[in-house]
Design a protein around this ligand. Structure first.
Ligand code: PLP
Length: 389
């Protein structure tokens, strides 16, 4: 079979490959602790599961509008304008199966070949992958530990050209757990207005922030019309497998994205949207409890990593990832991640799974029990101490 050339430009997400390798080891009888995959280990709250079951019984088993159910889009708009000060109504919201399609659709709708996309590196690998796939130019913005993994505004300015069309922000950030400083968000907005580019603001971890309040760039003056906010239910409500996300964007763009939905998925499953509606309308106690539990685990994993020989760990302020610096071990990230899985039974990701600037780091997801995190740290400690001798 002959494949289209464009496939050679499509990247992937290593987490799924590491998960498969870890499961193969488990099938051979090895015990593995999973700190590689980015999903809450909690069950979807019961009231949300019940809403889905009720919706199925009530006949929400048919096609729905490509843009999403109008009441659901209205509720999202109401809450996001109230809680994040993003000026919007239902016509600005497009519901998609998971948040990921918003990356794809926004780039498909906005980028011509050769247009430039600035994206964080290390960062979620799909931004670079989709930009390359569309023959746009993916330009990395390196996030540095000494800068708290914040954006380097000087570097950003120096990389702006007449072809700059889109800048990707992600705060709280995967994989570092960094939260952009409000001054940085303000400065990026000023640059976007001055140089007339768009922002894809990936806010999927906005509700998992341990200090301060999330600031959406779309809430700043003149920014709602040039920002696509990406958000969803996967992380906040432990609904990764349900596939439910959405974008908030300017209305003309929303119409185009709805047409992309018609051409690809037709619509997002309607009973899943009903569950999402219930998630937003119901009490948020379980979300708060989950975030508090993540806060405890963050302390355990960061302290534990800092106690390992050759390892030091930045304190993440959001999401559920720790991104330790491992240069003191003398090993490359990819090599160490592989050995940790094969020899110590701990699955994590190489920092390079998030771009070249992730060299020197590993990513651990602490969406696992405190007990498992402690055991993993003990195994890693034993393994690294033996290696150091
Ligand atoms: N954005 C970031 C930064 C993520 O880490 C993820 C999932 O890992 C997504 C988006 C995708 O979310 P969803 O599962 O809703 O498609």
């Amino acid at each position: 079979m002959r494949f289209a050339q464009r496939l050679s430009r499509l990247g992937t997400e290593t987490a799924f490959e590491v998960l498969a390798r870890a499961q193969a080891l488990e099938a051979q009888g090895k015990r593995v602790i999973h700190l590689e995959i980015g999903e809450p280990d909690f069950d979807t709250p019961q009231y949300i599961r019940k809403a889905a079951a009720d919706a199925l019984e009530a006949g929400f088993t048919h096609y729905g509008p490509s843009a999403g159910l109008p009441e659901f889009r209205g509720l999202i708009a109401e809450q996001w304008s109230r809680d994040r000060a993003i000026p919007c109504d239902a016509d600005n919201v497009i519901v998609t199966p998971g948040a990921k399609p918003i990356m794809f659709f926004a780039m498909l709708a906005l980028l011509e070949e050769g247009d430039e996309v600035l994206y964080p590196n290390p960062g979620f690998p799909i931004y670079e992958s989709v930009a390359n796939f569309l023959n746009a130019r993916a330009i990395p913005l390196v996030l540095r530990e000494q800068n708290g993994f914040d954006l380097d505004l000087q570097e950003l300015e120096s990389k702006l050209t007449s072809r700059t069309r889109l800048l990707v922000l992600n705060s709280p950030h995967n994989p570092t757990g960094a939260v952009l400083k409000p001054e940085t968000v303000q400065a990026v907005a000023a640059l976007a207005r001055k140089h007339d580019f768009h922002i894809l603001s990936d806010e999927i971890y906005a509700r998992i922030q341990y200090e301060g309040r999330h600031l959406s760039i779309a809430s700043l003056p003149g920014m709602a019309e040039r920002t696509i906010v990406l958000d969803g239910f996967s992380k906040t409500y432990a609904m990764t497998g349900w596939r439910l996300g959405f974008g908030i964007m300017e209305k003309q763009l929303a119409k185009h994205v709805a047409r992309l939905m018609t051409n690809s998925n037709s619509c997002t499953a309607t009973f899943v949207q009903k569950a999402g509606h219930a998630a937003l309308a119901g009490g948020q106690a379980e979300v708060h409890a989950m975030v508090e539990e993540f806060r405890v685990r963050r302390g355990v994993i960061v302290d534990g990593l800092n106690a390992l020989p050759g390892v030091s760990c930045f304190m993440p302020r959001g999401a559920f990832y720790a991104f330790p610096n491992i240069t003191g071990t003398g090993m490359k990230s990819g090599e160490l991640a592989k050995l940790m899985l094969e020899e110590a039974g701990v699955a994590c990701l190489s920092g390079t799974a998030f771009g070249a600037a992730g060299e020197g780091y590993l990513r651990f997801s602490y969406a696992n029990s405190t007990e498992n995190i402690r055991t993993a740290l003990t195994w890693l400690g034993e393994y690294l101490s033996v290696r150091a001798k």
